[in-house]
Design a protein around this ligand. Structure first.
Ligand SMILES: Cc1cc2nc3c(=O)[nH]c(=O)nc-3n(C[C@H](O)[C@H](O)[C@H](O)COP(=O)(O)O)c2cc1C
Length: 301
């Protein structure tokens, strides 16, 4: 999610500790930190030693405007941020990417670096987004650790399938940034719309003149998408009935694509049958051409 789309996702006043470990996906955590900051969160980054071999702490410092924490035994550490302080202060601990190594340490309750010590001291929700080669992810040891963490209430954002650093295709890629952000936002937001079905319309409809031309308007669709994203963040099941826009569907939202006002009308009537709320933010056309020209009709002229 980029600034233009981060309309509804609100993390203002949230204090997030972002734990970054030594994976080939470590660089993606820089983008993640940036998105969290843009959504309004205060982000404190803790890097493992291995993570600092992949990306310089300075990158995170420049983005979060806060010191990056690596060394639990730094001389100044206990006067400024104690080894358990960040864990106690955080509203959310997000470990992304999480290596197989850190995953194992978290499951076993080890505390041999600042990140794992912080995790043990944390009183807040913990989210872990693993990234590793397929064989490491499927290994019995890793899967047992994942199960242990889940039983302990940790939210695991499973890795996705696709191209891996080794060149192979398989499961192991760090989850998409949108998914990680939406999960973090949900854990930081009261779920007061849980078990509600919200239907939202968005965008300007297109009324065809012929197979290639249409009448439309300048609606961006952003209002409807923001409403849909906010409702999803608050726990609702969301159906977004949208005409063509350049916006990506918010994570966790079901999008029903339509083009004309008639199509939108039909889709709304269908969706509201089991909805609790209908939010109509679409810019529906006031007029439609009486006749839509077909190629055959044009040829006859
Ligand atoms: C180039 C490179 C990429 C790596 N990528 C991963 C990875 O994606 N996932 C993983 O679990 N380990 C990966 N490793 C291995 C970890 O860096 C290693 O297990 C390290 O001890 C992890 O330390 P940490 O968990 O404290 O960050 C990679 C190592 C190298 C050299």
């Amino acid at each position: 999610m980029r600034v233009a789309e981060a309309i509804a996702l609100r993390l203002t006043d949230a204090h997030i500790v972002l734990g970054v470990t030594g994976s080939i996906a470590t660089y993606k955590a820089v983008g993640l930190a940036s998105a969290l900051v843009q959504a309004g969160a205060t982000v404190d980054v803790i890097m493992t030693e291995a993570a600092t071999r992949m990306v310089q702490p300075l990158s995170f410092q420049a983005i979060t405007h806060r010191p990056v924490h690596v060394d639990m035994f730094a001389p100044w550490a206990e006067t400024d941020i104690g080894h358990v302080t960040l864990g106690r202060q955080a509203d959310l601990l997000l470990v992304a990417p999480a290596t197989a190594n850190t995953l194992a340490k978290l499951a076993l309750g080890l505390a041999d670096n600042l990140l794992t010590t912080t995790a043990l001291a944390a009183r807040c929700p913990v989210v872990v987004a693993p990234a590793m080669e397929t064989a490491m992810w499927h290994h019995e040891a890793t899967q047992k650790h994942v199960t242990t963490l889940r039983h302990r209430g940790v939210t695991i954002i499973e890795p996705e399938a696709g191209h891996l650093a080794s060149g192979a295709q398989g499961v192991g890629r760090l989850a998409d940034e949108k998914r990680i952000l939406a999960t973090a936002a949900r854990l930081l937001t009261p779920q007061d719309l849980a078990n509600r079905h919200v239907v939202v319309t968005a965008g300007g409809t297109r009324e065809p003149i012929d197979p290639v031309r249409f009448v439309s308007n300048a609606s961006s669709g952003r209002m409807g998408y923001a409403l849909a994203e906010a409702a999803a963040q608050r726990g609702a099941r969301v159906t977004l009935i949208s005409s063509v826009t350049g916006l990506s569907t918010p994570f966790g939202v079901e999008r029903v694509p339509v083009e004309s006002a008639r199509e939108m009308h039909a889709a709304v009537l269908q969706a509201v049958q089991e909805a609790d709320v209908l939010l109509m933010a679409a810019a529906v056309a006031d007029y439609r051409p009486a006749n839509v020209a077909t190629p055959e009709a044009q040829e006859r002229r």
